[in-house]
Design a protein around this ligand. Structure first.
Ligand code: HEM
Length: 443
């Protein structure tokens, strides 16, 4: 088994992403299914275009500017969400935490990714809410195509879900093209556009210097939708499962709350008014240094991703004939799927307690120990590893720390059996209804 595992790592690395170069038969079919929604974006491109986008995107993700800019935006959104939950807690109202997290993530990614303020969390931004609904529904309909063999006939006849999808895509496109237009206009009017921090501005800047004129509005539209699909549901779903786990394991919830207090310092817990702290004062303390001290929180999020990987299954397409470690021959163009969901629960990888939620398995002397990305595959591995991993951890830790500091969460119905919904990402079917009790007064 040991030898197999080692070889497997090498072989899987040699099988490129189905969208990376030549697509082959299965790759072509997958591409066909998703291209109506995502076009030729990061997830659906081939050859040179992918490399070009990856270069542009990875540069942006690694800049210090983006790192500090995104932290400010994440803290602001975390505070907004905490205030919303606080209002519900005051009235003992049950909240759907998954829904709130999805909205909060959408607002965040618009700010960080595209430099735009939208407010779907409060529900006041009608255009944004409409876009968000159309986007989520399209995501589900596109996934349904994998199990509906008549989808292309329905698309041709413009009936059923395909008709709905067409309408949704129009809403999405109108919204996104308007956004690009607005962005281009703003950038023309601004003096120092080089200091723009968001990813869309950087792509637009690159388009002005692109001799081949590859970065068209259609190209930017695909980039925006790909970043949304990559960055919104993944982080929101992970946090939903994370809070579900904390509800099931109250002692872990308490241990994280203690670690947060130790990491940010005692002052936030009490001031001259007693047991009170402003949420903005608290989030301001979520600096890189204090976040780095939250090793147990980091481990608990990682443990959630092991058991509930946001991308539960992923596919690749063989670029050339190959042989898998167990001797299975793979022909050029064949599709190979690997299941993160199953891999996270394999006893031969994680031990006899693989099914248990144990953040401690990631710690040695209180310090987080990462596993090989070929074993912990939630972010993929090799050249197509997730570009937003660091970004996602920062955002999830800021949000989680803020909510756990101020509230104690309980499932609305302990007896309800929680199931996942089959989509591209691992949603909780029916949402996550919880009650939030205030630990600390939150304003
Ligand atoms: C918990 C959060 C996340 C998880 C579990 C996750 C997981 C993944 C996985 C499994 C892939 C590989 C997909 C494939 O093979 O086709 C991927 C790719 C990618 N992710 Fe993430 N992701 C997360 C958050 C994010 C965020 C927040 C962003 C950006 C805002 C992001 C941006 C990307 C991009 C751009 C790619 C494509 C990379 C490439 O193909 O070169 N991800 N992610």
């Amino acid at each position: 088994m040991g030898r197999g595992k080692e070889e497997g790592t090498k072989k899987i690395r040699q099988i490129p992403n189905r969208r990376s170069s030549r697509r082959g038969i299965t790759g072509e079919y997958n591409y066909c299914i998703i291209k109506d929604l995502l076009g030729d974006g990061i997830f659906a491109v081939n050859g040179d275009k992918w490399l070009h986008q990856r270069k542009l995107a990875s540069h942006e993700f690694s800049t210090k500017v983006l790192r500090s800019f995104s932290s400010v935006a994440f803290r602001k959104n975390a505070a907004k969400l905490a205030k919303k939950i606080s209002a519900a807690a005051a009235g003992s109202t049950v909240i759907d935490l998954q829904d709130l997290l999805m909205k909060s993530m959408l607002d965040s990614i618009f700010k960080v990714g595209f430099g735009l303020e939208i407010d779907t969390l409060s529900g006041s931004d009608e255009f944004g809410v409409c876009f968000s609904k159309a986007f989520d529904e399209s995501n589900w309909i596109v996934f349904r195509r994998y199990v509906d063999i008549f989808w292309s006939a329905k698309r041709y006849l413009n009936i059923g879900l395909e008709r709905q999808l067409k309408k949704n895509i129009k809403i999405i496109d109108d919204f996104v093209y308007q956004l690009i237009q607005r962005k281009r206009e703003n950038m023309q009017n601004e003096q120092d556009v080089r200091n723009k921090e968001d990813i869309l501005s950087r792509f637009i800047l690159a388009s002005n210097e692109d001799p081949d004129e590859r970065i068209t509005d259609k190209y930017l539209r695909d980039i925006i939708l790909n970043f949304l699909i990559a960055g919104k549901d993944t982080s929101a779903n992970t946090l939903s499962w994370f809070f579900y786990m904390l509800c099931k394991h109250p002692t872990i919830q308490e241990r994280i709350a203690l670690e947060i207090i130790e990491s940010v310092g005692d002052k936030v817990v009490s001031n001259e008014k007693g047991n009170y702290s402003s949420v903005d004062e608290f989030t301001a303390r979520l600096t890189e240094q204090s976040m780095d001290k939250m090793q147990y929180l980091h481990a608990a999020i990682t443990e959630t991703l092991r058991l509930y990987p946001a991308v539960p299954v992923d596919g690749k397409c063989a670029d050339e004939d190959d042989v898998l470690p167990d001797g299975l021959k793979v022909k050029k163009g064949d599709g190979v799927n690997y299941m993160m969901y199953a891999m996270g629960r394999m006893t031969y990888l994680w031990g006899e307690d693989a099914d248990e939620f144990k953040p401690d398995r990631w710690l040695a002397n209180g310090v987080f120990q990462p596993a090989s990305p070929f074993k912990f595959v939630a972010f993929n591995a090799g050249p197509r590893i997730c570009l937003g991993k660091e970004f996602a951890y920062r955002q999830m830790k800021i949000l989680a720390a803020t909510l756990i500091h101020f509230f104690r969460f309980r499932l609305e119905d302990e007896s309800r059996s929680i199931k996942y919904r089959t989509m591209f990402t691992l949603h909780i079917d029916g949402g996550l209804p919880v009650t939030a009790l205030r630990r600390i007064k939150c304003e």
